[in-house]
Design a protein around this ligand. Sequence first.
Ligand SMILES: *[C@@H]1O[C@H](CO)[C@@H](O)[C@H](O)[C@H]1NC(C)=O
Length: 255
Amino acid sequence: RMRGVLLAATLSTLAVLSAAQRPKQKDITGQALIDLADVGESCADSYTGYAIVDGSLEKCENLTSLQMGGGGGKGMKAYEEYKCKHLRVHGEMKSGKCVCKGKYKGPTCNDYDGCPADKPSLHASSCSKTGCANDGIMAIGKDHMECICKGEWDGKFCDRLACWRLTDRGHDKRYKNAGTKCECGAHYKGEDCSTLKSCEKNGKFENGVCVCTEGFGGETCGQKCPSGQVTCSTGSIFSVILALPVMAAVFNRLF
Ligand SMILES: *[C@@H]1O[C@H](CO)[C@@H](O)[C@H](O)[C@H]1NC(C)=O
């Protein structure tokens, strides 16, 4: 019985995963963005590699080596330049130091004099909790500060719409951008745009699915199969079905 429950749990997890969205949580280099809320106040026990020391976001390995006197004047200036480029949203160099531009302030020069305490940050002339649009969260990326985004939002500050992020891989066309919101793509309908209503020119709509001409595949038959292959598919349902025997074997071994 236990086994059955676990199997069911795993299956439902897989089902959720296969219907998963792909929100922006990584930077353009593919590195996971580090939520500023996970950054503590001391380099001594930092697991992110960063800390907000005396109100300033610092990269721990560099701060520590400078504090130990490793860098000297030149190393200090290089690190200040690094900070302005990578760890500040609105920073600028002034007499060898990285400081906040104009009325910006805070650990990353993202807060703004004149914004209220509950919405301290400014982006595109509106005050918000972390300076990101559309409920994004300010984070540290490899190249610069940028936002972790919710749902369909994309771009450095989550102000660009990218409706493909609402689907899992292989279903990018279920949604399309329509001005400031997402709409079902041309061949889809339904609340989550997962119901087919027609197919692309290499498919025939039959009983709710697209039957593809030889050499074409994908949910709407819009995908040309690799040469030599008569059929091909990127549907997640197929990967779940393929994964079933493997999972059953794993469970039999474990219990
Ligand atoms: C930061 O520290 C690393 C390792 O100590 C060093 O290689 C790098 O040059 C430093 N960068 C800056 C900008 O200080």
